[in-house]
Design a protein around this ligand. Structure first.
Ligand SMILES: [Zn+2]
Length: 344
């Protein structure tokens, strides 16, 4: 479900919490007055803090967390904030209700969302932090030919000279990601990449890693046949389940993660070869008046990049201006929409 109003998402969380024994805690209120809530499960063991919808138009991690909540037994302890940015989630925007990118507010903490996350970490004292995001379809593993369905990052804890605690936190994050890389390769080989760990001082990944909390950033993307990312969400929930019983001593080698191809951009999401030339399209989704739509938008001419869908037709498209939108219906009328699960 790419878009749901905040109230419906919150009701789903509360239903899962009630049935599966999670306690709700209020951590703040957004600028527009929506609650920023966390859900706690005290299972003992390692302490895991996880959040999603920090960017309001990136819901795959939310779906994974809702699925993960519905376990009957937990080995580890959790505090999860599945709707960290309620106003952004309601409007389906990256930024919060005041136009702040919460993931650039870790130090200034000007937004209620950043303060809620800092408060959650202070109270809960996690060993591991999971920062769950979505990326645009056009990211791909460098030199690869598929979209990057999972792009992984263990951020640096210091721009130059990390302390032993910061080094240890990053290594623990890399080791978890190495294990996840191996799990992902069974179903998603060629669709897994890693980000470079350039230090972004204002981002939460670096902020928590700096404090010695092993922090993982996961960016989920599309795969062909899964443009709604529900399969990716299900896989992410399975990774969280694996982490529940993970023991640091059993695997200590970060190299499967470190040898992943780098995340690259941009790719062409769709190329149509037609009678008048070539048309490059990219997926464009938005929510207007509570209605989510998904269109194809004419993109800039970009050559020598991977293409996720390629169509050939004798139909002439002319030269539509960059930014022009094609609805799925328009393209279907031309016989040009393959069955790739674009109905969201
Ligand atoms: Zn994001």
């Amino acid at each position: 479900m790419r878009y749901q109003p905040f109230d419906i998402r919150l009701a789903r969380l509360r239903e899962s919490a009630r049935r599966f024994g999670w306690n709700e805690v209020l951590l703040g209120n957004s600028a527009q007055g929506r609650p920023i809530v966390g859900f706690i499960q005290e299972g003992g063991g390692q302490r895991v803090l996880a959040w999603s919808l920090m960017h309001g138009n990136e819901p795959t991690g939310f779906e994974a967390l809702v699925a993960f909540m519905r376990h009957t037994k937990f080995e580890s302890s959790y505090l999860i904030l599945p709707i960290l940015n309620p106003d952004g989630a309601e409007a389906f925007t990256r930024h919060n209700g005041e136009g702040v990118d919460v993931n650039r507010d870790a130090r200034a903490q000007e937004s209620a969302e950043a303060r809620a996350l800092v408060l959650a970490a202070k109270r809960f004292r996690p060993d591991i932090a999971l920062n769950l995001h979505d990326q645009r379809p056009r990211f791909y593993p460098e030199s690869g030919t598929k979209p990057a369905t999972f792009s992984l990052l263990a951020p640096k804890g210091h721009p130059e000279v990390p302390t032993p605690a910061q080094q240890d936190a990053q290594l623990r994050a890399q080791i978890i990601l190495a294990r996840w890389t191996q799990i992902l390769f069974t179903s998603w080989e060629g669709g897994v990449a890693r980000f470079d760990d350039q230090f972004y001082p204002t981002a939460f990944g670096e902020f928590f890693q700096e404090q010695g909390i092993a922090t993982l950033t996961i960016e989920t993307g599309i795969s062909l046949g899964d443009w709604t990312r529900m399969a990716a969400a299900s896989q992410l929930a399975d990774l969280l389940t694996d982490l529940d019983t993970w023991q640091a001593e059993t695997t200590m080698d970060p190299s499967p993660y470190l040898s992943l191809p780098m995340n690259a951009s941009p790719a062409n999401e769709w190329v149509i070869h037609h009678a008048n030339g070539v048309l490059h399209l990219r997926q464009h989704e938005q929510v207007v008046a509570g209605v989510h739509t998904c269109h194809w938008m004419v993109d800039t001419w970009l050559d020598n990049h991977p293409t996720w869908i390629e169509s050939r037709t004798t139909h002439a498209f002319g030269s539509p201006p960059i930014g022009e939108v094609f609805t799925t219906e328009t393209l279907q009328a031309e016989g040009l929409v393959p069955d790739l699960g674009l109905k969201i």
